[in-house]
Write a protein that binds this ligand. Sequence first.
Ligand SMILES: NC(=O)c1ccc[n+]([C@@H]2O[C@H](COP(=O)([O-])OP(=O)(O)OC[C@H]3O[C@@H](n4cnc5c(N)ncnc54)[C@H](O)[C@@H]3O)[C@@H](O)[C@H]2O)c1
Length: 427
Amino acid sequence: MDRRQLIQTGAAAASGIILLKPATAFGYAANSAVRHGLLGCGNRGSSVAESFSKNTSAQVVAIADLFPDNLAVGRARFDQFNASLGRAPIDAKLLFHGPHAFEQLVASPDVDLIQISTPPFFHVQHLEAAVAAGKHVYCEKPVGIDIHQAKQALEIAKRVKPTQSVDVGFQCRNAPPIAAIAERIHGGALGKIALVAGIYYAPASTEKIRPGASRSDTGADEYRLRNWLWDRALSGDILVEQNIHIVDLCNWMLGAHPLKATATGGRNILTHFGDCWDNYQVDFTYPGDVHLSFSSTQFGSDNVFDAGLRLFGSDGSANVPYSGPVQITGKQPWAWQDSTSAPSSGKFAANGAFSDNLAFADRDKERTFIDSITSGNCHNQIAAGVETALSCMLGRMAGLTRREVTWEDLLAHGETYPLGFGLDQFE
Ligand SMILES: NC(=O)c1ccc[n+]([C@@H]2O[C@H](COP(=O)([O-])OP(=O)(O)OC[C@H]3O[C@@H](n4cnc5c(N)ncnc54)[C@H](O)[C@@H]3O)[C@@H](O)[C@H]2O)c1
């Protein structure tokens, strides 16, 4: 199936709710909107929320953020966006800010779906509140930044009701070319897989300061929060926060998580605030002595970006890049036929809205998720999300300790990264 056919299939799926028999439209009358509340009005959060509204029946009716200035930016953006779709502005009573904004948002009876797009440190806390309130949840990756949070998330997963749908933001699996090649790999097109190579080479992220403020009048805790991408406790480090997409694809394609890892890396270039590394090299061992040789960088301002996987097997090899030909060579040659796309751009997208092979990843992820809600065939992706987060934590621990770490070592370790301050100061 080429991209054009997939687009048509996807469009039919998107309109699925108007085709549903009332009896199967679990809790949702045909044509009724899923009322969408966004938690964390930043770059990725706002982009995904808009994409939901464009591609599904979800409508942004509520937004929440720790910082009033970010909430105000979100309000202006969504009022304008909703107007462009002929929808009402966000009701003032559904705008929440401050450290308890997440509790107020999940308590709202006017919201069906909570999108968690806060910094990774808060994902599990916010997931717990949203699940307890009985909401459907779209939670950004990673599900937890340390072992303690990961175990907590697994407990939360057990409390998800059959009538609740919870997705984790691994949209790359839904990118049509990647879904198509994964199907062939799962079907055995490569024979016995011997080795995987993965890369994630990304530019540095830029400093964020409250509008009108300077660095010197931004408190240390606020500065850390706004620049969470540079901070290991808040982000999980580049391996857990960003490179996770590639590790997730590898786990998915191999159908397993790594059993152990050795790693190195460090901070060779970056000199700004923070403790995240700017490069990692990890050797992950999967069952059957299959190795993922993974390398990543995150520095530089030239916007050069390259990410993807190559899998090598007895019968052929597969190339799965974010940008460039998606293909299998060997006994069962295959290539993604894309008659509609522009030439590869190879550009980094800090909001995750990539072009090239990922152009339809968000759209198809969101449609599948909203369909799960409206059909009543609910998802619970928490445990799978935790497994990928733990895989990245395995590589991070191997790098930080400079020794081989097994999956059992990791789980037994009890690793925690406390924040070291409370949020009440942001009342
Ligand atoms: N799936 C992807 O491809 C992809 C791409 C980019 C980012 N992400 C993920 O999305 C999430 C958000 O990233 P972003 O780039 O939008 O970050 P961002 O910094 O632009 O936005 C985060 C927002 O959360 C708010 N916030 C911080 N702490 C909060 C709290 N305790 N309660 C409520 N609001 C809080 C901030 O004020 C900010 O507005 C992260 O988890 C990131 O890993 C995923």
